[in-house]
Design a protein around this ligand. Structure first.
Ligand SMILES: Cc1cc2nc3c(=O)[nH]c(=O)nc-3n(C[C@H](O)[C@H](O)[C@H](O)COP(=O)(O)OP(=O)(O)OC[C@H]3O[C@@H](n4cnc5c(N)ncnc54)[C@H](O)[C@@H]3O)c2cc1C
Ligand SMILES: *[C@@H]1O[C@H](CO)[C@@H](O)[C@H](O)[C@H]1NC(C)=O
Ligand SMILES: *[C@@H]1O[C@H](CO)[C@@H](O)[C@H](O)[C@H]1NC(C)=O
Ligand SMILES: *[C@@H]1O[C@H](CO)[C@@H](O)[C@H](O)[C@H]1NC(C)=O
Length: 298
């Protein structure tokens, strides 16, 4: 039925559809509420299949981080991921062992044809030296989704995102989808820590998100040190005093999301106890009166 509808007709379909059809979620709505596609074009559907995606482009993001743009199988494929999710990447070493690591897309989850990741290089790592050796047209196997947090628009009045380094990726995924959704009124405040201004990832994207949605999205950059006079932000770590006077006070109408390297997690929220175990809330956020439920560690 859906396949035969014209563009004109699809405008009215969301209202006319019965509950059964809606439950099947076999289609997406774009910004104008046109039906634009169905399940068969979603790439990551939890079917446990590895799918090879080829690299379209690799762009320098900072001295140790690159943006990888992969082609989805067809030009009108979409990731099929829901907010907020990651996927697994795999490569098989020459000796035949599997290296599998999760990565978080930073492109729009409904974008057609491509999926983008921002990935930091670790000299002694297993996956990232391999990824950084690849060229356009090389492929990487992916599977997913890994659902991290099921975001519901307007479930909070405001959220605070605390990030450091490449921990920005899931926070950016949340921030740009919320800010761009005209039906989501959640106010988003990101505090983003890095070593120096040159280490800040996705800065262009973050700044333009704020310019476009100044009422909904705010970002404050923190750097350990700066030799750049033009740097606009805070020098030093994110402190308890800063958080106390500058983020929404702990209550059920706000939520904090944290993502960063172990020392950053330790100070602010305590580390996760395992991939699917949030562990106890400790650190600054606990001292500020947040409960374990009010803080999510990516
Ligand atoms: C849900 C999720 C989403 C993620 N999303 C992203 C993302 O979007 N972008 C991103 O860049 N990363 C992301 N990560 C991290 C990513 O999955 C990998 O952990 C990261 O890329 C490092 O992988 P690697 O194999 O290169 O390094 P690994 O081999 O896993 O090594 C990781 C670290 O351990 C050190 N190390 C390695 N071997 C040793 C050793 N023998 N002794 C001591 N130290 C050692 C390395 O130097 C490095 O610092 C995400 C992680 C999770 C859990
Ligand atoms: C869904 O998309 C596939 C491939 O793009 C198409 O063959 C199929 O007919 C579509 N299904 C419906 C119900 O529109
Ligand atoms: C990648 O493949 C496309 C299409 O097959 C080709 O036009 C292009 O030159 C290739 N790029 C590289 C860097 O090999
Ligand atoms: C709150 O934020 C403002 C603007 O970033 C900053 O100048 C101020 O010092 C912060 N408050 C504290 C107590 O750190």
């Amino acid at each position: 039925m859906l396949g035969r509808l014209t563009r004109q007709q699809t405008k009215f379909v969301p209202i006319a559809l019965g509950a059964a059809a809606v439950a099947a979620t076999a289609f997406y709505l774009n910004k104008k509420n046109f039906i634009i596609k169905n399940d068969s074009k979603k790439v990551f559907v939890g079917d446990n299949q590895w799918i090879d995606l080829s690299i379209e482009k690799i762009i320098d993001e900072s001295h140790d981080t690159k943006k990888f743009i992969f082609k989805l199988p067809t030009e009108d494929s979409v990731s099929g991921l829901t907010l907020a999710s990651a996927v697994l990447a795999k490569f098989v070493t020459p000796k035949g062992s599997n290296v599998i690591r999760p990565y978080t897309p930073v492109s729009d989850l409904n974008e057609k044809g491509v999926i983008e990741f921002v990935i930091k290089h670790y000299d002694t790592g297993k996956m990232t030296p391999h990824l950084f050796s690849l060229k356009p047209n090389d492929t990487v196997s992916f599977k997913g989704p890994i659902k991290k947090w099921q975001w519901q628009p307007n479930s909070f009045d405001s959220i605070t995102l605390l990030g450091a380094g490449s921990g920005i990726t899931p926070l950016y995924q949340l921030a740009h989808h919320i800010a761009q959704n005209p039906n989501d009124n959640t106010k988003v405040k990101l505090l983003y820590g890095n070593k120096t201004p040159q280490d800040i990832l996705l800065k262009k994207e973050l700044d333009s998100l704020h310019e476009k949605y100044p009422q909904k999205f705010e970002v404050v950059y923190f750097v350990d040190k700066s030799d750049n006079k033009d740097f606009k932000g805070q020098i030093g770590y994110i402190t308890k005093d800063y958080l106390q006077s500058n983020i929404s006070k702990a209550n059920e109408k706000t939520q904090v999301f944290v993502c960063g390297p172990p020392p950053f997690m330790k100070v602010n929220s305590g580390e996760k106890a395992g991939p699917t175990d949030q562990g106890e809330l400790t650190g600054t956020l606990k001292e500020l009166g947040f409960t374990k439920e009010q803080v999510f560690k990516f």
